[in-house]
Design a protein around this ligand. Structure first.
Ligand SMILES: [Zn+2]
Length: 292
């Protein structure tokens, strides 16, 4: 099956063209996705299937930056087996393309070879799996052969030292081959990675999770990553059960919402099945996403 929605959506962010690229569909347990929020509340926002799973996307953001194409997160890739794909309800195959992300890139008029910089919000398999691919000889190689990959140093360290709860999300084949080729650069948050693009630390989902802030020239967007995976997660206590430090997520989200609401930032939602972006607005019951 193909994505329920267009593979890509394009808009202007100030003077910069950006594309939301769909890297695949995913179905995860609704209870796990909403943490302590009771099912009668969350299923009004996103209905569950007969396995209690909710439909999600794996959206990436492509920025037509003056220094070259920048891709934020890379979806799940194509290295996992059928059993894995079934467990996580992943549908990321498109006939004629290596991955759905490649198909989305093509739909936006680009190829993997055109990408100059890849930035990962964190290294979970559904965000960094598309960093690498298996070549004809069976070796795991860079999926973006001409790109530098920027990963937060703390997140990389955390991923390389997993525990019993975190290990199922971190597969070194998604980034270690890039170290061998010198393509992986470990970075700190706060500094400009490229003119107008920086990581904003949004700890909680993982201790060094980063949201990516893009100043497009007169307009700013933030790629939220797993700080707020869907538009249904905008209320402060709607926090995923997957988060390792949920009370830090709460404070990361509180601080970011304050800045985003004050400055009218465009929010980009990675896992929302249908909505790529929107802005914060005041609704009857608190903050909500309004179409941008
Ligand atoms: Zn994650």
């Amino acid at each position: 099956m193909t994505a329920p929605l267009p593979l890509h959506e394009t808009r202007q962010l100030g003077r910069t063209r950006i594309h939301a690229l769909q890297a695949g569909g995913q179905r995860l347990d609704g209870g796990a996705m909403f943490g302590v929020v009771p099912k009668p509340l969350w299923e009004r926002r996103i209905p569950a299937d007969d396995r209690n799973r909710i439909a999600l996307g794996m959206r990436c953001l492509l920025v037509e930056h003056a220094d070259g194409l920048v891709l934020i997160d890379t979806g799940v890739g194509a290295k996992e087996d059928a059993k894995f794909l079934d467990i996580y309800g992943i549908e990321a195959a498109v006939p004629g393309h290596r991955t759905m992300l490649d198909a989305a890139l093509a739909a936006a008029g680009h190829t993997a070879a055109d990408v100059r910089v890849v930035i990962n919000t964190h290294l979970h398999f559904d965000h960094a799996g598309g960093n690498t691919r298996v070549d004809a000889a069976g070796a795991v190689v860079a999926a973006f052969p001409n790109a530098r990959y920027l990963v937060h140093a703390g997140e990389h360290h955390y991923a390389m030292h997993p525990n019993e709860r975190t290990a199922a999300s971190y597969f070194p084949r998604n980034w270690e081959p890039l170290r061998a080729t010198g393509q992986l650069t470990l970075v700190e948050s706060g500094v400009e990675l490229l003119p107008g693009i920086r990581m904003r630390p949004t700890p909680g989902h993982t201790p060094h999770h980063q949201s990516i802030v893009i100043d497009g020239g007169g307009e700013t967007a933030v790629f939220l990553g797993d700080l707020c995976p869907t538009t249904a997660h905008v209320p402060l206590p709607w926090i995923m059960g997957y988060d390792v430090e949920p009370l830090r997520t709460l404070e990361s989200k509180r601080a970011l919402w304050a800045d985003a609401a004050a400055a009218g930032w465009l929010l980009v939602f990675e896992h929302d099945a249908t909505t790529a972006w929107g802005r914060l607005g005041q609704g009857a019951k608190g903050l909500e996403v309004v179409p941008a």
